[in-house]
Design a protein around this ligand. Structure first.
Ligand code: PEP
Length: 251
């Protein structure tokens, strides 16, 4: 049985006090959400304070990125997964499409970051997804399979227990356009088959696959009713505690 995961990506929003206020407001609203794991991903500068404030609750904290190495050294501006763990996080989002589009993340760097995150004891939320032109030209499946095959290369069966996959079609992120539940299901099933081919059926059956792209309180339930949709990575609608809590409490 795959336990659903509802994760909120706060992107580059919220000063420290605002991040703390949102996290504190969220705590009672999701306190009874035993049906899923609840994760929030504030900016780096808020990670430690937010993690301290939600300690002991059912809210876990993720970073939105991480470095590809854990060794301390000359990597100005980078933050090692081991430091993210040290700040109280349990998860790291890796390869979000905004990082791929604007900050140089590639399938190869995603792979290095996933290895480093797992070595530090984090769970890596690895994002994949096609652009609109790739979907329209009929290449969505091969694009996503390529992202997975390179992004998850070299990970062992044991490592895969620390991987969550987030399918985020780029055309649906922050646009208000959501993939239909059928489109999400079709791609999630393709993702599971791709993981089965690379890591075996048991890993594929166990791995959680989240959908991301304009998830809102009014579309989460239909998305979650699809057999291969195991949760959501939520951007805009995770910024307000009430709206994110309604998504978490979709049942
Ligand atoms: C995201 O940032 O991962 C995302 C899915 O954003 P939104 O929900 O705003 O489309």
């Amino acid at each position: 049985m795959r336990k659903p995961v509802i994760a909120g990506n706060w992107k580059m929003y919220k000063l420290l006090s605002e991040a703390v206020d949102t996290a504190v407001a969220l705590k009672p609203l999701v306190a009874n959400a035993n049906h899923c794991e609840v994760i929030i991903a504030p900016v780096f500068t808020a990670l430690k304070t937010v993690a301290d404030r939600v300690e002991g609750s059912n809210i876990k904290v993720a970073s939105q990125n991480c470095a590809a190495q854990n060794d301390f050294g000359a990597h100005t501006g980078e933050i090692a997964p081991v430091m993210i763990k040290d700040a109280g996080c349990s998860h790291a989002i890796i390869g979000h499409s905004e990082r791929r589009q604007f900050y140089g993340d590639t399938d190869e760097s995603v792979n290095k970051k996933a290895h480093a995150a797992i070595a530090a004891g984090l769970v890596a939320i690895v994002c994949v997804g096609e652009h609109l032109s790739e979907r329209e030209s009929g290449n969505a499946n091969s694009v996503v399979a390529g992202q997975l095959n390179t992004g998850l290369a070299g990970l062992t069966v044991a490592d895969m227990e620390r991987i969550i996959i987030a399918y985020e079609p780029v055309w649906a992120i922050g646009t208000g356009k959501t993939a239909t539940p059928e489109q999400a299901q079709e791609m999630h099933s393709h993702i599971r088959q791709t993981v089965a081919a690379s890591h075996g059926n048991e890993v594929a059956d166990a791995v959680r696959i989240l959908y991301g792209g304009s998830v809102k309180p009014d579309n989460i339930a239909t998305l979650m009713s699809q057999p291969d949709v195991d949760g959501a990575l939520v951007g805009g609608a995770s910024l307000e505690a009430d709206s994110f809590a309604s998504i978490v409490n979709y049942k």
